[in-house]
Design a protein around this ligand. Sequence first.
Ligand SMILES: Nc1ccccc1C(=O)C[C@H](N)C(=O)O
Length: 306
Amino acid sequence: MEVPGRGPPGEAPWKKLSKEELENQYSPSRWVIRQGAEETLRTYSHIGDEATKKARATRRSLLHVPYGDGEGEKLDIYFPREVSAASRFCLFFHGGYWQSGSKDTSAFMVNPLTAQGVAVVVMAYDLAPKGTLDQMVDQVTRSIAFVQKQYPCNEGLYLCGHSAGAHLASMMFLTNWTKHGVTPNLKGFFLVSGIYDLEPIVYTTINAPLHMTLEDAQRNSPQLLLEAAVTQLSDPACHVLVTVGQHDSPEFHRQSREFYQTLRRGGWNASFEEIHDVDHFEIIWNLTQKDFVLTQMILRTILHEH
Ligand SMILES: Nc1ccccc1C(=O)C[C@H](N)C(=O)O
């Protein structure tokens, strides 16, 4: 598919990029500074793997819990040492452009959060080409409804997503929960190096397994949907943190900033943080560390908002 031609002023800035530059902007591993692209991707899965093994060895957990009937509809729950019936949960949605990644290598934040009394849920969704964007969004919705139904006395559900997972989490701003028979007790969103407008993705090689049409992309773009929303459903009690890594590409910076601005205009209690000296991958693998600035922001939000 060709990138649509240069448009009038005020049109999306990515439309002025060549096909090669668009591909470049949406290839996070090309922007890392401390290692090569391949090595970074290997380190990312290695750290995720090790963090998950450690979490499963040192924390009480419920693994591979079905939240739906589909084969891939499973989630892992990691508990803090003192389990109270009314607890705070952080639900993590992994990245990988909706086509890679796994809950079984994504327990990055589990140890530092459970050490502070926060339960962590890491969910799986059907990756492309098996899953479509619409199906993934529906799976994320159902996984959240499932957690709310299992733990109706929870003191707050917080959604954290990285990259494509931040996209999936941010679609929850648009969810109508009535057909799910439950309203989740959503108290916060941590959106990390996310994508909120999927339209440019349609014109990159990322779309090969996704098979998104322009309509699919628009229907699944929280940036467009929130801009167009007539009735604002913002919840002042819910805090939204939009973050991007200093070494994320300019397009990732633009997407995060614009989404943050749209949330603010819609009345959301949102803040924006560029995380110093980290790339697209370090920003998430550093969540294994309790003193990483983003781990601290997440913990502060969860622990002090009550
Ligand atoms: N966003 C991610 C999150 C997690 C794991 C991979 C990615 C990637 O983007 C991989 C892409 N193929 C890259 O090399 O840049």
